[in-house]
Design a protein around this ligand. Structure first.
Ligand SMILES: C[S@@+](CC[C@H](N)C(=O)[O-])C[C@H]1O[C@@H](n2cnc3c(N)ncnc32)[C@H](O)[C@@H]1O
Length: 222
């Protein structure tokens, strides 16, 4: 599929898939979206001093890097697991230039380590941050009761409807701990209904700039 690095409205870049007319991040602002959806509405909401995070879609690594920077800043202990079936190419990463956009040269080495990390093996990025990339299809996830926080960042339901079904959310639900929180940029009605049918308690909350709403789902105590 034809891929192109494009500049989003906050000046940070993303990858655009022309055939699908779909991007890795919001074209209204890639960094703004990651900050609002995953860090402010997810990571900060969980408010634990120690947590395990599961991301669907490592992609460019932007969410992972921003979580790392937040964890270091707030001295939170994180075990971060991210799933990705189709890794981005190194030449795209260079073009995205996220470390410069985040104005944090401290992040350079960590970002490179995240991308060069072996698949299916946890590495320690700091005393408080372990990181594991798994090269699997989301649908093959088998983890049980493991995660406090989920970043659900697949491509949208318009282009990947199979990843936004009750069947898929049941796997996500099983992988989460009770009281665990899931955040996603999507606020589509069918997605919300599939989450509710799965057993999540779902709320619509304000979205990032350019998007009115997003979803946050909680796995209730059973
Ligand atoms: C919206 S992008 C994720 C953006 C990423 N979180 C970031 O910070 O750059 C969606 C990602 O999911 C991956 N993906 C799509 N379908 C998948 C599947 N069935 N299993 C595993 N990965 C998949 C894509 O390759 C892509 O990297």
């Amino acid at each position: 599929m034809k891929r192109k690095v494009v500049i989003t409205k906050d000046g940070s870049k993303t990858i655009h898939l022309e055939e699908w007319n779909e991007s890795y991040h919001s074209t209204h602002g890639a960094i703004q979206e990651a900050q609002h959806v995953y860090i402010n509405s997810g990571f900060k909401k969980v408010a634990l001093k120690e947590l395990s995070v599961l991301e669907f879609g490592f992609g460019t690594g932007l969410n992972a890097l921003m979580t790392y920077l937040e964890a270091i800043k707030e001295q939170i202990k994180v075990a971060y697991t991210t799933l990705e079936a189709y890794p981005v190419e190194s030449k795209e990463l260079l073009q995205l230039d996220y470390v410069a956009s985040l104005k944090n040269s401290f992040a350079e080495e960590t970002f490179q380590l995240m991308h060069s990390a072996p698949w299916d093996d946890a590495i320690r990025l700091s005393d408080n941050f372990t990181f594991e990339k798994r090269q699997i299809d989301f649908r093959d996830l088998q983890d049980k009761s493991k995660y406090n926080l989920v970043f659900y960042d697949a491509f949208g339901p318009r282009v990947q409807p199979e990843l936004w079904t009750q069947e898929m959310f049941l796997k996500v639900f099983s992988a989460m701990k009770e009281g665990g929180v899931l955040v996603t940029y999507s606020c589509k009605g069918s997605v919300r209904r599939a989450m509710i049918a799965t057993g999540f308690t779902v709320e619509k909350i304000p979205g990032p700039p350019g998007k009115r709403e997003m979803l946050r789902a909680i796995k209730p105590n059973l």
